[in-house]
Design a protein around this ligand. Structure first.
Ligand code: NDP
Length: 455
C-alpha cells in the first residue's frame, strides 16, 4: 500500500500519563492532534508501573493483615495465595484503564495511532508503515525503560516490567538497587512469602531521602523473609540447572530463582530517526528548558524522557503547562515545586519538602521534631511495625519546610501535608489544631521534643 503524508498541529509520541494529558488538552482547545503509541496506551504508570505495582502491594499485605486479624479474635482457614488469579485480575484492571485512556483521547478529538513513530526531520514524524505527518509541533513523551548494569550474565536478570508477567512466583529472589523500585518490590515479594534478598551498592538505602527515613526503612523492611545487604554489588550472573548464581563483589555467591534489577531507568530515545539529533544531558535525558523546549525549537519533551523530575504527577503537570502555553495561550501558570513523593514499600514512605540535610544547607538553622511509635492497630499482635514521623521547621520563621513519614498511610498523610507546606503553615498552626484522637495524624499536631540544628 502506498504511504501518505498528512498534516497536524501537534504530534505526540508516547501515550503515557504525560502524552495522553497533553494530547487531550491540546485537542480540546481546537488543535489538530495526533498521538502515537508503540506498545499499549497508558504507558509506564498504567501498564507496568504505579497501578499494577500498587495492586500487587495491596495483595502482598494480606498475609500480615491475616496475622493481625487473629489478634482481634478472628480465625480463618489456612490462607492460600494464587499468583495466577492476582495477575489475571490485575491484567483485567489495566486493560480497563488502558481502554478508558483511549476512549478519552478519542472523545477529545485526538487521532490515536497504535504504531511506533520516529522523528525523521524537525517537522516530520514517520510511522512504521511509512506514513508521514508534517507537524507544526512535536511533543516527545516516550518515558523511560529499565537500566541494567554492564556485568557478565546480565541477560539472566529481569526488570520490574518483566516481574508483572511471570508465570509463577519464585521461591526466592535477589533484588539489586536501593531506590523506589527495589524497596517496593522487596516488600511485595516478601509479603507473598517469597524469600527476598536486597543487594545495594551504597551504605544507605534511598540516599536522596532524609537520612532518618533511610535508617528507619533499613530497620523496618528487614524480616525473616527480607534481608538487606549494604555496600554489596553483583559482579556476575550464571545459570546452572534452572538456578541463577549471583557472584558478589566480596567473591561470595548467592543461588536464587530470580534476579531483579531495580537499577534506575533510562530515557526511551527510540523516537529518534537516523538523521536527527536532539541534545541530551550526561545521563542521556532529553534536555529541555522551562517551557519543555528541546534543542530544536518546535520539538518539546515532558515526563521521564526529559531531564526533569521523574514521577507520574509531574509528567501530568508538565503536560498541563505545555498545553496551556502552546495551545490555550494561558498566562496563568502552574508552578512545579514542593513535589510530594511516596514509596509503597512496607512500611510505606511519604515525603514532602526538604530533607534535614537540604534544609540545613538552605536555612542554616532548623528545628526538628521526631516521633517513633507502635501504632494502636498492631498492639494486640506480635507484629512490631513502627511509624516514624519527622517535621522540619525553619528556626527563624517557624514555617514548616519538611515532612517525612514511614508507616501505614504515609502517602495519604503526605498529600495533605503538602498543602500545609505549600501554604507555608507554621509549627504554631499545627499546635493550634485540635488533634483527632486516636489517630496517627494526631502525632503531627502534638510534637513537642525539639532539636535545633545549626550549620
Ligand atoms: P532509583 O533511581 O530510585 O534507584 C536506582 C537504584 O539503583 C539506586 O539505589 C542506585 O544506586 C542503583 N543503581 C543504579 N545503577 C546501578 C548499577 N549500575 N549497579 C548497581 N546499582 C545501581 O530508580 P528505580 O529503578 O528504583 O526507579 C526508577 C524511577 O521510577 C524512580 O527514580 C522514580 O522516579 C520512579 N518510580 C517512582 C515510584 C513512586 O513514585 N512510588 C515507584 C517506582 C519508580 P545509587 O543510589 O548508588 O546510585
Amino acid at each position: 500500500m502506498k504511504s501518505s503524508t498528512k498534516e497536524c498541529d501537534l504530534f505526540v509520541i508516547g501515550a503515557g500519563s504525560g502524552g495522553v494529558r497533553a494530547a487531550r488538552l491540546a485537542a480540546q482547545s481546537g488543535a489538530n492532534v495526533v498521538i502515537a503509541e508503540k506498545y499499549r496506551i497508558g504507558g509506564t504508570c498504567v501498564i507496568r508501573g504505579c497501578i499494577p505495582k500498587k495492586l500487587l502491594s495491596y495483595s502482598s499485605k494480606f498475609s500480615k493483615h491475616n496475622i493481625i486479624a487473629q489478634s482481634y479474635g478472628w480465625s480463618f482457614d489456612e490462607p492460600r495465595f494464587s499468583w495466577n488469579r492476582l495477575i489475571e485480575n490485575k491484567n483485567k484492571e489495566i486493560q480497563r484503564l488502558s481502554n478508558i485512556y483511549k476512549t478519552n483521547l478519542e472523545k477529545s478529538g485526538a487521532n490515536v495511532i497504535e504504531s511506533e513513530a520516529k522523528i525523521i526531520d524537525r517537522d516530520t514524524v514517520e510511522l512504521s508503515n511509512g506514513d508521514q505527518f508534517k507537524c507544526k509541533k512535536i511533543l516527545i513523551a516516550t518515558g523511560a525503560k529499565p537500566n541494567f548494569p554492564n556485568i557478565t550474565g546480565i541477560e539472566y536478570g529481569i526488570s520490574s516490567d518483566d516481574f508483572f508477567e511471570l508465570d509463577k512466583l519464585p521461591e526466592n529472589v535477589v533484588i539489586v538497587g536501593g531506590g523506589y523500585i527495589a524497596l517496593e518490590f522487596a516488600s511485595i515479594i516478601s509479603g507473598f512469602g517469597t524469600m527476598c534478598e536486597l543487594i545495594y551498592r551504597g551504605d544507605r538505602l534511598l540516599k536522596n531521602f532524609d537520612v532518618d527515613i533511610s535508617n528507619n526503612i533499613y530497620e523496618q523492611i528487614q524480616s525473616d523473609k527480607c534481608k538487606v545487604r549494604l555496600n554489596t554489588d553483583i559482579t556476575k550472573l550464571d545459570l546452572h540447572d534452572g538456578k541463577y548464581t549471583a557472584t558478589l563483589n566480596d567473591g561470595s555467591t548467592i543461588s536464587t530463582d530470580l534476579v531483579l534489577f531495580a537499577t534506575g531507568r533510562n530515557s526511551d530515545l527510540s523516537f529518534l530517526g537516523d538523521k536527527i539529533e536532539i541534545e541530551t544531558d550526561a545521563n542521556g535525558r532529553v534536555k529541555v528548558d522551562s517551557q519543555f523546549q528541546t534543542s530544536i525549537s518546535n520539538i518539546y519533551a515532558i515526563g521521564d524522557v526529559a531531564n526533569n523530575h521523574h514521577l507520574t504527577p509531574v509528567a501530568i503537570r508538565e503536560a498541563m503547562i505545555f498545553a496551556r502555553e502552546q495551545f490555550e495561550k494561558d498566562t496563568d501558570k502552574f508552578i512545579i515545586e514542593n513535589i510530594p513523593t511516596a514509596i509503597f514499600s512496607n512500611p510505606e514512605i511519604g515525603t514532602i519538602g526538604l530533607s534535614e540535610q537540604d534544609a540545613l544547607q538552605k536555612y542554616k538553622k532548623i528545628d526538628i521534631y521526631t516521633s517513633s511509635f507502635r501504632p494502636l492497630y498492631y498492639t494486640l499482635s506480635d507484629v512490631n511495625k513502627r511509624t516514624f514521623i519527622k517535621l522540619i521547621i525553619d528556626h527563624k520563621t517557624q514555617v514548616l519546610i519538611g515532612f517525612h513519614m514511614m508507616g501505614d498511610d504515609s502517602a495519604e498523610l503526605t498529600q495533605i501535608m503538602s498543602t500545609l507546606i505549600n501554604k507555608k503553615a507554621s509549627k504554631t498552626d499545627l499546635d493550634n489544631t485540635i488533634p483527632l484522637h486516636p489517630s496517627t495524624s494526631e502525632e503531627i499536631m502534638t510534637m513537642r521534643n525539639k532539636v535545633t540544628k545549626e550549620l
